[in-house]
Ligand binder design. Sequence first.
Ligand code: BES
Ligand code: ZN
Length: 585
Amino acid sequence: MARLDPHSHAEDNQPRTKAFDWKASVDFSARVLRAEVTLHFVEPSGGGPLDLDTRALSIDAVLGPDGAPLQHTLHAPDPILGSRLEIMVPAGAGSVAIRYRTSPEASALQWLTPKQTLGKKQPYLFSQCQAIHARSLLPCQDTPSIRQTFTASLEVPSELRAVMAAAPVPASRVVKGDRAVERFEMPQPIPPYLFALAVGDLASKDLSPRSRVWTEPAQLEAAAWEFEHVEDHIEAAESLFGPYDWERFDLLVMPPSFPYGGMENPRLTFLTPSLLAGDRSQVNVVAHELAHSWTGNLVTSSTAEHFWLNEGFTVFAERRILEALEGTEMAMLHAAIGFEKLQQAFAQLASTPDLTKLRTHLNGIDPDEAFSVVPYEKGYLFLKTLEAAAGREAFDALLASWLGAHRFGAATTNDFVTLVERVAPGLLAKVDAKAWIDGAGLPPQHWKPESARLAAVEKVAGRVPSKDETRAWSPTEWSLYLEAAPKPSPVEVCAELDAQYALTSAKNPEVLVSWLVLACESGYAPALPRVKELLAHTGRMKYLKPIYRALAARAETKPLARELFEKLRGSYHPIAQQVVRGILK
Ligand code: BES
Ligand code: ZN
């Protein structure tokens, strides 16, 4: 017997979950879910142990298909994997049921008080299961290599709505007194990290026949405006990657503490409210999460060690969608920002070069700790290098066979290597794929973004550009310029930039954060009040991490970083708290 995944207790010779039925009651005052899950196996058990993943769950009962209690052991927790729940399954049993409660500290859940919401009247609950947090919501085989369909029934306070990354069962809402029950079913099999729910004061507006946006009522109109053109994205993606297989593509705009820009929960993508900049400048995040419907959700990396198969392919697909909708120049600017961030990541990971390989070895390493832009941007460059070597038409065909070969399946880096060798013999050797996959950093020969708009930004690198030179700049150009600026820069340069372009009052969050990082690293104090305000109003890790890092890098602002974190951490998601704590250590 062997583990299927370094981040799961699932064993290859044990029954595999094919489907599960989940029932949970949401208790906002105790911050727990009281729940029961029935796991159905692909084949009846031959008799023997079943190891499930759990984290901080209280197990109340484990029952066989006939309702008889089953012998089980909840083992001591491993700090990364959580507690193994070992169940003795009788021969012939096709399912087991577990009654349990989640912990108020469940790592997948954030419980918000009414004060932490826009409306200020109702509490809010949301989940974030990637990478290995589903186990804190339900006992399961928490590895992307085991796909599962499910049904779900959620009991919530009747003044709230429940939504899930699943299909709502039509007209299933039943209200009894102050409680309501809503039912869902997920016909497409998913890896457990895509299990997702939210409960709150939610309203929705249709954007197209297969897409609507959900959020708190106070920002529904703003959200509907920002994402009005989502159907264009879906159509562009379908013409690039084939039919959309998940029926609906709904969006849920989250509270500000949502730790990611977006999360590709199937049928219901979760998005940070920081995308609502009022300028549609961040629809690339929607394109990214949509692209995951093919790369990631349809073809899933079988463990976190092959995470680049999810994110590198998705960045590639995202920029192809962007190219189709906004043109090559725009896609190139995004690629250039990505390249800049990749260089920054290499510098930050100098002491752990193994984390700059595409294929990683994560035994004993928490995937949240290993997270960086490397699988995204190095993965993207690898695919662009392959595309450049093969030609676009041939590479598109290769991509289609990749998606076709592993549809609704899980794949490893070796699966990709094998497929490329078969479809395009010699291509891997031509680009030195071995160095990309198992080598640290970047191989000397790699694709580079090039374009006229990019050249115009590069021309002014390292100095304050004139009004003439920046007249036609979009937020994306500004962000690129600021990301590429020398850090630290002379305080006088910061002062002049700010005087000319009022960057400290920038409305676009991407521009603002790129500027604040430059300002903090350069010791430009007039930006600090805005830094404090930003840190208090977002929980998006993409923003928190570089700003806390920049503050911590200078002796005069390090105490401020600590002080701000102490004051604000209660409003951050548990995952974000852990990551910022790591930066300030
Ligand atoms: N799946 C990721 C978010 C994620 C990764 C959550 C790993 C937990 C563990 C999502 O698709 C993502 O990459 N989001 C980016 C968007 C961006 C690259 C456009 C983000 O959050 O910034
Ligand atoms: Zn992604």
